[in-house]
Design a protein around this ligand. Structure first.
Ligand code: HEM
Length: 339
């Protein structure tokens, strides 16, 4: 079995390149698509929009990829165990998450079934990729439109980190303005809805909610409520620098990019760290500008509707390196276009 550097076999790579990448956008579209059966249940059975077929087709592609990854890991584990018992190789101490899920047994003493591992891979992959790049792309868009905010963030990083080394994870707690930029990005461009099912009959502010009612929490509207946020459509990180610091984990139900409480995002710490750190590196190492003669008002800031709100069109900006040669591991000091 031939593996590439990322540990994927040729079979898995072929699946990704030939089918999976194409289906990724489809997954996010389908997760947030308007489905008529939610409103007129008897129509759902006829699938008039053809959504069920699209879900089935997409599911087959994802399922085939997850199964291939699991099978590859099983083959690798078997080969390693055989080589060890024959004394032809030392034990391989590196284990990725699939190795761990395949080899560890739970409290019941049983190994996890493939179906459950596939469900976990699916959740982690789709939950843990799109919202991160969406947040970073929106933050860069807001910064390119607001150069005074970018300059202030660069001044903060220059003061705390300097220009002779790259920003590190341990610097992040000392960068409150960067933290405010990320909060403001999540406020204006959050996953628009939290979708939950009521587990028992309840009543909220006079509204009776029967068991198993699907509830949509309109995060988008909460984040733009003028009673909570002054001038809510303006990108203004300063609003998070005054008064008591707002928490990004929805503790007070006014900033909810990761939901809140028990059913909130389980990957929130990792997700937040990846967004803040990636942005810190961009801000420290580059200035950004719009390509050619493009004016700020020409930049498309429309959103695409779904379970998250990505940009309608990908961002196209020019990155201008700003650190001395050799600090950032890229040789060229020429402007670089990022799309
Ligand atoms: C910027 C990054 C991220 C954002 C904005 C985000 C946002 C969210 C939101 C809003 C929810 C729904 C919460 C609710 O309904 O109350 C959610 C659920 C979830 N997220 Fe994240 N997420 C991010 C990163 C991640 C990462 C890195 C992972 C995994 C590695 C992850 C895995 C999941 C999973 C598995 C769920 C479903 C949880 C459940 O149904 O109980 N997310 N996320």
């Amino acid at each position: 079995m031939m593996m590439n550097e990322g540990g994927l076999s040729q079979r898995a790579n072929a699946l990704i390149n030939d089918q999976f990448l194409e289906k990724m956008d489809e997954v996010f579209f389908l997760l947030g698509a308007f489905y008529i059966g939610d409103y007129i249940p008897w129509l759902g059975g006829f699938d008039p929009q053809g959504l069920k077929k699209r879900i089935d087709d997409t599911f087959k592609v994802c399922d085939a990829l997850w199964q291939t990854i699991i099978d590859d890991h099983k083959m690798k584990l078997e080969a390693a165990s055989k080589a060890q018992s024959e004394g032809t190789s030392a034990p391989d101490t590196f284990q990725d998450i699939v190795d761990v899920l395949l080899t560890r047994s739970g409290d019941s003493g049983q190994h996890m079934e493939d179906t459950r591992i596939k469900a976990l891979l699916h959740d982690m992959f789709f939950g843990g990729t799109e919202p991160i790049y969406v947040a970073i792309e929106w933050a860069l868009s807001e910064l390119v439109l607001n150069p005074h905010i970018l300059e202030k963030a660069q001044a903060e990083i220059d003061t705390v980190v300097g220009r002779n080394r790259l920003v590190e994870e341990s610097d992040l707690p000392d960068l409150p303005y960067l933290d405010a930029i990320v909060k403001e990005t999540f406020r204006l461009h959050p996953p628009p809805f939290l979708i939950h099912l009521s587990s028992e009959d309840s009543e909220i502010q006079g509204f009776k909610i029967p068991t198993k009612t699907m509830l949509l929490v309109n995060v988008y509207a909460i984040h733009r409520d003028p009673e909570v946020y002054e001038k809510p459509s303006e990108f203004c990180p300063e609003r998070f620098m005054v008064g008591s610091p707002k928490d990004v984990y929805g503790t007070h139900f006014d900033l909810l990019p990761f939901g809140s409480g028990r059913r909130g995002c389980p990957g929130k710490s990792l997700g937040l760290l990846l967004v803040v750190y990636t942005l810190a590196v961009f801000i420290q190492t580059c200035s950004f500008r719009l390509p050619g003669n493009m004016k700020p008002e020409d930049l498309d800031m429309e959103e695409r509707y779904g379970t998250s709100t990505p940009r309608r069109t990908h961002l196209d900006i020019v990155l201008v390196p700003r650190l001395p040669k050799g600090v950032f591991p890229v040789d060229s000091q020429a402007d670089t276009s990022l799309t």
